[in-house]
Design a protein around this ligand. Structure first.
Ligand SMILES: [Zn+2]
Length: 145
């Protein structure tokens, strides 16, 4: 997949998910989550309809992913393009859940710190599982415009 094809997928899914009014910036760099290189990540604004998706350059054929990630991709999808499209949907779904997650943060702010740690972990896990479940389902839908 070349850079334009990836950007087109972001725009396509941004529109499908009702995020057409969002400013979504795509940048190519080595994204890290919890100190580990990953394929893609999103940083969304807490308040504004703005997000930056950081995409590993390997997605557009520049550079190489760590071997462990490469194997993981091949285990999950028959081709890389399908994997990257699902990952784009995943990252954009994080934007769709922004207001819900922010509401959860407000609730968390009211909790004792011991309970807060449990709440934060459970809340993040629930978001991640929901986003991944929805991304897998949405990507299987017929490709209408
Ligand atoms: Zn995620």
């Amino acid at each position: 997949m070349d850079e334009q094809a990836l950007r087109d997928l972001v725009t396509l899914w941004q529109n499908r998910l009702g995020l057409d009014h969002w400013e979504v910036v795509v940048k190519f760099a080595e994204p890290e989550l919890d100190g580990r290189t990953c394929v893609m990540k999103v940083d969304r604004s807490h308040y504004y309809d703005h997000a930056t998706i950081t995409v590993h350059p390997a997605a557009i054929g520049k550079g190489e992913l760590p071997a462990s990630i490469e194997r993981d991709i091949l285990d999950q999808a028959s081709d890389h393009t399908a994997f990257y499209e699902r990952t784009i949907v995943h990252e954009l779904l994080h934007c769709c859940l922004r207001d819900l997650m922010e509401a959860g943060e407000l609730v968390g702010d009211q909790l004792h710190r011991d309970v807060r740690a449990v709440w934060d972990e459970a809340w993040r896990r629930a978001e991640e599982a929901t986003v991944e479940r929805l991304a897998k389902a949405l990507i299987l839908l017929p490709k209408g415009v």
